[in-house]
Design a protein around this ligand. Structure first.
Ligand SMILES: O=P(O)(O)OC[C@H]1O[C@](O)(CO)[C@@H](O)[C@@H]1O
Length: 240
């Protein structure tokens, strides 16, 4: 794993934006794996800025998001569909039908997971996958105990994840209990993985990640099985 330690959130976002820009410029039809949460918002803002400055086009890009809450309509203010529209897609020139997220409203969730995995096979794997890390080590919504060989599946969210994400909702009760997430195996298929971590809240998770021992109770440790991972952490996440 390559480790880049930067001063703060803005610097983390800048380094990540540079890697995404390089990937988009190198590939004729780039495929990007995208994350949600607070961590990549700065990265998306910088990508939008580059697009507006005419430095980058997303016309030929396809994107796959890691996860979506079950039971939230795409138009729901806290759905990841809406998040992606608000933070990235509606501001850039990517055609709508080139952006993929799992459908958390599907009547047959198992079928939806198989369908998403098929799309990943057809258009993927991502040339570059952006990841955040949960305080409990989750990647996507793969909670502690998740199978390292897992593909896209339905997951019951850990209480600690619902509590951590309650800050994005009005109350803890509003946070969905389940999600669809790409599995750890699906994530590991990506050609390159860029893991972002910012702030003290992530310091314990980053410390454990750097121990490097694969351990299913700490999902991010599966990244030690991939040969092209870049961790971009700011000083607080790195424990400085
Ligand atoms: O960036 P945040 O909000 O700290 O979340 C960390 C991770 O947790 C998730 O939001 C899922 O809970 C991921 O999408 C994200 O990468």
């Amino acid at each position: 794993m390559d480790i880049v330690i930067v001063k703060n959130y803005i610097e983390m976002s800048k380094v990540a934006a540079g890697l995404v820009r390089d990937c988009i410029r190198e590939q004729e039809e780039p495929v990007l794996g995208l994350a949600t949460g607070g961590t990549p918002i700065g990265l998306y803002q910088l990508l939008v800025r580059q697009y507006r400055a005419g430095l980058l086009s997303f016309k030929h890009m396809r994107t796959f998001n890691l996860d979506e809450y079950i039971g939230l309509d795409p138009a729901h203010s806290k759905s990841y569909h809406r998040y992606m529209q608000e933070h990235l897609f509606s501001h850039i020139d990517i055609p709508r039908d080139q952006t993929f997220l799992p459908d958390g409203m599907a009547s047959n969730l198992e079928k939806e997971c198989r369908h998403y995995e098929k799309l990943l096979k057809k258009f993927g794997p991502p040339d570059l996958q952006i990841l955040g890390i949960g305080e409990n080590g989750h990647i996507g919504f793969n909670e502690p105990g998740s199978d390292f060989n897992g593909h896209t599946h339905v997951i019951s969210l850990a209480d600690s994840t619902r509590e951590a994400n309650a800050r994005y909702f009005q109350s803890l009760e509003e946070v969905p209990t389940h999600a669809i997430t790409m599995g750890i195996k699906s994530i590991l298929h990506s050609k390159k993985i860029v893991l972002l971590a910012s702030g003290e809240r992530k310091a314990a998770a980053v410390r454990r990640l750097l121990e490097g021992t694969p351990d299913p109770t700490f999902p991010a440790s599966a990244l030690s099985q991939h040969n092209d991972v870049v961790l971009i952490a700011d000083e607080k996440a790195f424990g400085n």
